[in-house]
Structure formats: structure tokens, C-alpha cells
Design a binder for this molecule. Structure first.
Ligand SMILES: O=P(O)(O)OC[C@H]1O[C@H](OP(=O)(O)OP(=O)(O)O)[C@H](O)[C@@H]1O
Ligand code: HPA
Ligand SMILES: [Mg+2]
Length: 189
């Protein structure tokens, strides 16, 4: 068995620095949840998580919510094993739920180029929801190739490849409880 070189909290090795801490994430998600509860008061909300990255955001955000929510998942992939979006979004798993007349809130970990979400918004809009909004923990404004209208935003971050709290590089690092910049030597950058 190999030893992991990224033994946190002493960030080093594969990780350059922590950009959003565990405590910052907790605090911000509870603020976002309070706003969601306010905005959807008296309504049923369908949360749609985008696998796999949004798994942690979904589970931590939804346990703060007091609204009447249900949950479904879609798996799409555009990054594969790299650090750049391929620009081609593929559905790997579709929803189990009919969106007609539903109040839908997409839950994402990150908006980077915006290509995944702009594609997803078009796709879901065509299914006839009563409303369609986005909640994302992270956004990289400098990386935007298309503008995406975000209703609930956690943090704007710099244009660096990050991992942790659901975000991966080649499927690794998702379990970190914080978001950190990945050292370029890991991906040959
Ligand atoms: O704004 P964009 O440039 O499109 O990037 C954002 C998307 O990329 C990542 O997913 P990925 O394709 O890596 O799949 P994963 O969630 O399974 O890691 C991330 O979770 C977002 O869904
Ligand atoms: O910075 C990132 N890290 C991991 N996955 C991602 N998908 C889009 N941007 C990123
Ligand atoms: Mg990924």
C-alpha cells in the first residue's frame, strides 16, 4: 500500500493551499439554506444534484433546509481525467423524476467554464419545470466561457484547479473536507 502524500491539515505535497476551509463551507451553506427556505416558503422544491462532485454540497446543504424538499440526481461528465473541460457534456445517468410543473433547484459544487451548467439548464428547461434555479458552492469568474445565472452562490475563487469537498482530479481527493489548490506537478502543469 502506498502512503498518501497529502496528509492534511498540514497542507503540502499534492496540495498548495486551502482556499475554502471546512468552517467557511459550513457557515456559508447554512446562510444559503436560510435564503432558500425564505424564497421557497410554502412550496415543494426538487433538488437536483449533479454527480459526482455535488454529493457533499447536496448532503450538507439539505440538512440545513426546513422547506419541503425532495432529491434527485443526474450524472454528467465533461472533465473526465483532465483539468480542462472537454466542452462535450454527456449524460451518464438521467433523472428518475418528471420535472413538469416542479420547482427545481440544481445543486452544484463548481461553475468553472460554465459549459456543464449552461448545457444542463437548456436540457432541464425543455422538461417544463415551474421554475429552475442554481445553487453552487464555488464559481471561478475568470474562467467563464459562458455566463450562467446563479441564484445561490457560496464563494467566488481564483482560476486555479481545486480539489476536495466533492471535487476530484482523476477521481481522487473528493473526500477532503475543505477545498484546496492542487499542485500543478500532480497533473503535469
Ligand atoms: O463549469 P464547467 O467548466 O463545466 O465545470 C463544472 C463541472 O465540472 C465538474 O464535473 P466533472 O465533469 O468533473 O464530473 P464529476 O462531478 O463527476 O467530477 C464539476 O463537478 C461541475 O459539474
Ligand atoms: O477546479 C476544478 N477542480 C475539480 N473539478 C473541476 N471541474 C471544474 N473545475 C474543477
Ligand atoms: Mg470531476
Amino acid at each position: 500500500m502506498t502512503t498518501q502524500a497529502w496528509n492534511y491539515p498540514e497542507v503540502g505535497g499534492d496540495l498548495v493551499e486551502i482556499v475554502v476551509s471546512e468552517e467557511q463551507i459550513r457557515q456559508r451553506l447554512s446562510e444559503m439554506a436560510a435564503r432558500i427556505d425564505e424564497d421557497y416558503a410554502g412550496e415543494e422544491v426538487l433538488l437536483i444534484g449533479v454527480l459526482k462532485g455535488a454529493a457533499m454540497v447536496m448532503s450538507d446543504l439539505m440538512r440545513h433546509l426546513r422547506s419541503d424538499v425532495s432529491m434527485d440526481w443526474m450524472a454528467v461528465s465533461s472533465y473526465g481525467k483532465g483539468t480542462k473541460s472537454s466542452g462535450v457534456v454527456r449524460i451518464l445517468k438521467d433523472l428518475d423524476t418528471d420535472l413538469t410543473g416542479r420547482h427545481v433547484l440544481i445543486v452544484e459544487d463548481i461553475i468553472d467554464s460554465g459549459l456543464t451548467l449552461s448545457w444542463l439548464i437548456e436540457n432541464l428547461r425543455s422538461r417544463g419545470p415551474a421554475s429552475l434555479e442554481i445553487a453552487t458552492l464555488l464559481r471561478k469568474p475568470e474562467a467563464a466561457k459562458v455566463e450562467v445565472d446563479v441564484r445561490y452562490l457560496g464563494f467566488d475563487i481564483a482560476n486555479e484547479f481545486v480539489v476536495g469537498y466533492g471535487l476530484d482530479y482523476a477521481e481522487r481527493y473528493r473526500q477532503l473536507p475543505f477545498v484546496a489548490v492542487l499542485a500543478p506537478h500532480v497533473y503535469g502543469g
